[in-house]
Design a protein around this ligand. Structure first.
Ligand SMILES: [Zn+2]
Length: 226
């Protein structure tokens, strides 16, 4: 019987049915490379700075020739959008993965030089307010006044965790906000699921319990070294 180990660090892997990233992110998985070698999620984490998961949106039409109506776990009634996560690491051989490791190390060092004094940095995409429906009638929906704002970002460098304080500099002043939660964000949809940290290469939703009107698309959010 084959017991699978990580081809990089030698850790024993729990081998289940081949995980399909599918539409919804269900946590970081061990990856089977192109040549069948497996790499654990701890080892793949370090190369995500260069090989982030990609979101792919495809319009699917079901017809007589292609009569399936279920694509990546989503049932398609005749036609519809399928939003899948694609892992570029599955296209690498072990040799290429080893090369990716040193490239990623270099990329992380380059990023550290770009953001002196920072423990982590992320680029903002957009921010939205998360409204919770509190009550309502057929005529009027009422929302709670809970202050929950989500900034969707891509982490460029380091790791961002709940409790971290991010700084955003504009020409007049510096603003700060405390990250309450970190969620995985598939950038074609909304933030999907709480994760314990977002590391370089991850697209993530950062939750704040305060309004963050000072975060604009393209802004750099920095977690400073304490
Ligand atoms: Zn490993």
């Amino acid at each position: 019987m084959d017991s699978k180990v990580c081809s990089i660090c030698g850790k024993t892997l729990n081998v289940g049915p081949a995980p399909d990233p599918g539409e919804v992110f269900s946590g970081w998985q061990d990856v089977t490379l192109m040549d069948g070698n497996m790499v654990c999620s701890d080892c793949t984490e370090k190369v995500r700075i260069l090989y982030p998961l990609r979101s792919s949106k495809t319009f699917v039409e079901s017809g007589f020739r292609f009569g399936y109506d279920e694509v990546r776990g989503k049932t398609i009634a005749r036609k519809g959008w399928v939003n899948a996560l694609v892992d570029p690491l599955e296209k690498l051989t072990l040799e290429e993965f080893v090369k990716a490791q040193s490239d990623a190390q270099q990329a992380a060092q380059d990023a550290a030089v770009r953001f002196p004094g920072a423990k982590a940095a992320a680029e903002a995409d957009f921010t939205y307010r998360h409204h919770v429906v509190a009550a309502g009638t057929n005529h009027k929906t009422l929302f709670s006044d809970k202050k929950e704002y989500v900034a969707c970002v891509k982490v460029l460098f380091g790791e961002i965790r709940p409790g971290d304080v991010v700084s955003i500099s504009h020409k007049d002043r510096e603003y700060t906000a405390k990250v309450e939660e970190v969620w995985f964000w598939n950038y074609l949809g909304t933030a999907e699921r709480a994760i314990d940290k977002a590391f370089a290469g991850t697209t993530a939703g950062l939750w704040f319990h305060q309004d963050v009107p000072f975060i604009y698309p393209g802004d750099i959010l920095v977690v400073k070294e304490s």
